[in-house]
Design a protein around this ligand. Sequence first.
Ligand code: FRU
Length: 487
Amino acid sequence: MEWTREQKYRKLEDATIDELTQLEKQVAQCPWRQTFHIQPKTGLLNDPNGLAFYQGEYHVFYQWFPLGPVHGLKYWYHLKSTDLINWQDLGVGITPDQYYENYGAYSGSGFEHDGDLYLMYTGNHRDENWVRHPMQAIAIMKPDGQIEKLPEPAMKDVPEGYTDHFRDPKVWEQNGMYYAIIGAQRQNETGCTVLYRSTNAIDWTFLGEIQTELDHFGYMWECPDYFELDGKGILVFSPQGLEPTEDKYQNIYQTGFIIGDTLNLQTLKFSHGEFSELDNGFDFYAPQSLEDDKGRRIIVGWMGLPEIDYPTDKNGWAHCLTLPRELKIVNNRLYQVPVIELENLRREEESLSTIVDNHVIEFGTGVHYELECEFTDIQAQEIGVQLRVGNDEKTVLTYDAHNKKIILDRSQSGMEVGVDYGTTRQIAYERDSLKLRIFADTSSLEIFINDGEFVMTSRIFPTNDENKINIFATNGLVKAECKKWNY
Ligand code: FRU
């Protein structure tokens, strides 16, 4: 169905109870509803927003269009948790009801100030000629959970030199000052980020552009996030407009990071190494991070991409968030490790320790589970796992030792999704061992390789009850130690 502008920008408040109940029913009948991921009750979820550890609880908001699986009028939906696995549903956090957000409360972040949780986000304002004037607004959540907006945006104008693609403020506190990094597009249509500073979290001064070595790197950088970890500066962002090169940049838009010395807040110079993608799977975008009371840097992403149809659309909803991952620096590389709390989801355990020799071995069944497989002494040409296997469907993760690639293949996973961007993703890899930790939910796989050195995150849409789990080796043998826990 084609959505008209009027339908896309219809307010939730204008929908009838009947209509919403109908939509909820339609969503509930969808065979691809997740069981341990944050997903919208109806409509479309996109970026995680306002991530914060505040008063002993983790807060997550997400971009939400309630009335259908399209990018319409965006609200912020709010959840909180004490353990990162059980989420309390707090309903709508931000309703786009002010003039400065007449076409949506876009992405932004959360930070504590004076005992309150401040939320700074982009008001997607459009004038009567449909010209966009992005403004950066502030909402304040009191300790009792009430959220109130400041009547006027903190930043009303886009600084000179930048287009109306100017959004997604991420705020952090450093040396008694607040800094807000914003995703931007220069007048020459290249992407970058800019920085603002404030002493009171309300009045903000434009400092300028963050100087990186990536002056011509896509046409827009969305959802920037800057933080420091183990004395290093890390800038995560989602650049749009990169051309696919070899195995890289295969999705419609990318998400990655640059890492280097800490950002110089005087000169705004950031010296850094190469841009690396955060995730090598099919569905990962616009992540955001928080730091908790244990000093952990935890990141959550949107398990979806813009401008791509998903099979759940016809059931009235789309997308979910990824599991929370802790970021760590190991041997000078950024690792992503599923937060330890997830182990509390483990129920019945099954294990297998064997040599697979030119063979496919069935190792149980499952739809929602965690699977760990350690392959050593790899002598076979290809080894790997087949998941959600049925009569004519399967999703396959292969290590091709001959061509030195790890390959995720979803060409036979079920309903097609994003096939214009290919049906395989691969990573260059050359070792004689491989460790996989896979979180499978009804319609997603999050595959952590070698304790978080690489991650491949992907939605899959099996059409029946495909649920076999196979381990295989072709042309030779491999030693496999596997464990599986039902979730
Ligand atoms: C990224 C993004 C952001 C924007 C939001 C709108 O997915 O386009 O740049 O703020 O989504 O929903």
